[in-house]
Design a protein around this ligand. Sequence first.
Ligand SMILES: NC(=O)c1ccc[n+]([C@@H]2O[C@H](COP(=O)([O-])OP(=O)(O)OC[C@H]3O[C@@H](n4cnc5c(N)ncnc54)[C@H](OP(=O)(O)O)[C@@H]3O)[C@@H](O)[C@H]2O)c1
Length: 265
Amino acid sequence: MKTSTLISTVLALIATLSAAAATPGQPVALITGANRGIGLALSTVLAEQGWRVLATCRDPEHADELKALAVRHPAVALERLDVTDTAALDALAAKYRGQPIDLLINNAGILGDPQAQQLGNFDQKTFEDVMRVNTYAPLRVSQAFLDNLAASRQKKIVTLTSRAGSLAAAVEAHDNYFYRMSKAASNMSMRLLQNEVRARGVIVALISPGPVDTQMNREWRHGAPPPASLLAPLQSATAVVKLIGLLTPEMAAHALNYDGEELPW
Ligand SMILES: NC(=O)c1ccc[n+]([C@@H]2O[C@H](COP(=O)([O-])OP(=O)(O)OC[C@H]3O[C@@H](n4cnc5c(N)ncnc54)[C@H](OP(=O)(O)O)[C@@H]3O)[C@@H](O)[C@H]2O)c1
């Protein structure tokens, strides 16, 4: 085994072993797609604010930045989760059964190949993949951890939405059909979920992180130069976490921009 691989394995082991249960009063967040981009930034901001973070990702062994975060903040626990793997999801939910989770952030998402979602090129497999990750998974993950959320103090489900999913904002758009559709459908699914879990005191929020400098955003731009309005992941995550702290039942199931502005449907 190479030295770098050995060090990385030992760090992962330390991160797993040191992931003790939350201390009394410590809020707990579960985040999907926590290994890079906005998910990593959200995990970082929450960990720095003293949260216990159940940071889930598809490949913890290679999540070097997340592992480094867990070494800096022992209250960060790495968990393996492909959000489309329902057996793995249910196994993870069983592992945490009975433990309150204050905040679930449905962050994991894919853009899908832009070429495969253009008129003349529509590809069914790409459509199914995008809908499975961006629309079905947030709903299914929310279902899996609903009892943990209802048993917590803060009781918040946050699903990352996008201006790209807004009908009103898409007046002239003709790109990334599947991604845009997946976010619009996800908005609807979260509104329905909100109606159903309101009685349990759970707030379901839709928050757009804004235009953020991540791999997904680079794929969207096809290598075009980044616009000046692009946010750094930590900048966006700091604003999103602040907004999460301000959420009220009245703000539930409205699509909100990271700065609190309401996005048009
Ligand atoms: N960036 C923006 O400008 C922007 C704007 C509006 C909304 N958003 C939303 O913000 C969220 C995060 O996007 P991002 O920009 O941070 O994208 P990103 O850098 O491409 O990261 C996507 C994350 O999702 C994970 N993921 C993808 N498929 C997964 C699966 N099946 N199971 C578990 N994790 C999976 C990826 O994990 P792997 O490393 O394993 O692939 C990665 O951690 C998405 O929901 C996106 O739609 C982003």
